[in-house]
Design a protein around this ligand. Structure first.
Ligand code: PLP
Length: 371
């Protein structure tokens, strides 16, 4: 006999999703309206404005893609990169490798700049790559590498790219709302994020923003974008235009109510205050973990406040600890990813989850489990 699904609530302190507040869940439960209903179009316009606020941009093309962060990544590549283009791709963790995979799949040539997992993208190496490949079309990198917890210097990387007149494609899935990110000031051309990390919305939506320069690159393509669904020139007509909007696909209406509410919460708190909150709570988590004898993977100068990669202490059973936290304390932390599997835990302090009471719970639970 089937029954309604009623999961046990968990404290989500992994790499995402983070906890979704009752306020956002309440928005999700409001009555569904049509995706071309004037009320809904008004909501879409507000989402665009709130996303511009969150990204610190005036970019007209700032929208919420109806799919997760991976689709945001793919949208940036398939719209802006064409076969045989050269793209400098920075790899310092799992998600940089995915950028490379996307570049290869459109038939472009990745020029890989590799850094150790846990290190930020080296500005020096990128500078060398740009001077060796001045014909590159774009520089693609991950601002906040969720697989390692390292923050790269997006501002300096974008400044460099501008000197060479190269487009910048930036992964901000984990950074948006959690640490400083300024699309216009830093000169980012194409950026994508995810709803489920520091925005603490339900998963499945990817905020995306293109500069006018990126929009022109898209408009000047000679061949169609190879993906119909991700072709942003078609999506633009659904997200903009006075009075008339043309149908592209049926938007995830209720998820967009939820995104609007989570962006409103960010606006009400203040973007810089939210960055500050993540940073302060990270410091208190760091203090508590250090007292338990747990070390961090990333150098303190490049540590992300919202994603804390810590070294699993010698002799400790990774799976047992995570399972006990989940089963005894309803507390989720993340396993290490890729080459860090079994070596690190990833402790998220993202959005709504970034609260002092959650840090106290985690520290007490870890103390208990580690004996
Ligand atoms: C840095 C980064 N990029 C891309 C993604 C992919 O996002 P999604 O899982 O929403 O498709 C993630 C997800 O964790 C991520 O952390």
């Amino acid at each position: 006999m089937y029954e309604s699904f009623n999961p046990t609530p968990r404290t989500l302190m992994g790499p995402g999703p983070s906890n979704v507040s009752p306020r956002v869940l309440g928005a999700l439960a409001r009555p569904t309206v049509g995706h071309l209903d004037p009320q809904f179009i008004g909501l879409m316009d507000e989402i665009k404005q709130l996303l511009q606020y969150a990204f610190c941009t005036k970019n007209e093309f700032t929208i919420a893609l109806s799919a997760p962060g991976s689709a945001g990544m793919e949208a940036c590549i398939v719209n802006l990169i064409e076969p045989n283009d050269k793209v400098i791709v920075c790899i310092n963790g799992v998600f940089g490798s995915r950028l490379k995979e996307n570049v290869e799949r459109v038939g472009a040539q990745p020029i890989v700049v590799e850094d150790k997992w846990g290190d930020p993208v080296s500005v020096e190496k990128v500078s060398d790559a740009l001077s060796a490949h001045p014909d590159a079309k774009a520089l693609a990198f991950v601002h906040a590498e969720t697989s390692t917890g390292a923050r790269s210097d997006a501002k300096s990387l974008c400044q460099l790219a501008q000197q060479y007149d190269v487009l910048t494609i930036v992964d901000a899935v984990t950074s948006l709302g959690g640490n400083e990110l300024r699309v216009d000031d830093w000169g980012i051309d194409a950026i994508y994020s995810g709803s489920q990390k520091c925005l603490s919305c339900v998963p499945g939506i990817s905020p995306v923003s293109f500069s006018d320069k990126a929009v022109n690159v898209l408009k000047q393509r000679t061949k169609k974008v190879p993906s119909w669904f991700l072709d942003q020139s078609l999506v633009m007509d659904y997200w903009s235009g006075e009075g008339k909007r043309s149908y592209h696909h049926t938007a995830p209406i209720n998820s967009l109510y939820a995104l609007h509410e989570s962006l409103l919460m960010l606006k009400q708190e203040g973007l810089e205050q939210a960055w500050q909150r993540h940073s302060q709570l990270h410091k208190s988590l760091h203090k508590g973990l250090t007292e338990l004898g747990i070390d961090f993977l990333v150098d303190e100068n490049y540590r992300l406040p919202q994603l804390n990669s810590v070294i699993i202490p010698e002799g400790v059973d990774d799976t047992h600890v995570r399972a006990t936290l989940l089963n005894k304390y309803n507390l989720e932390i993340g396993a290490g990813l890729g080459q860090l599997a079994g070596k690190t835990w990833r402790i998220g302090l993202m959005g709504t989850t970034a609260q002092a009471q959650n840090i106290a719970l985690l520290l007490a639970a870890l103390e208990d489990v580690l004996g």
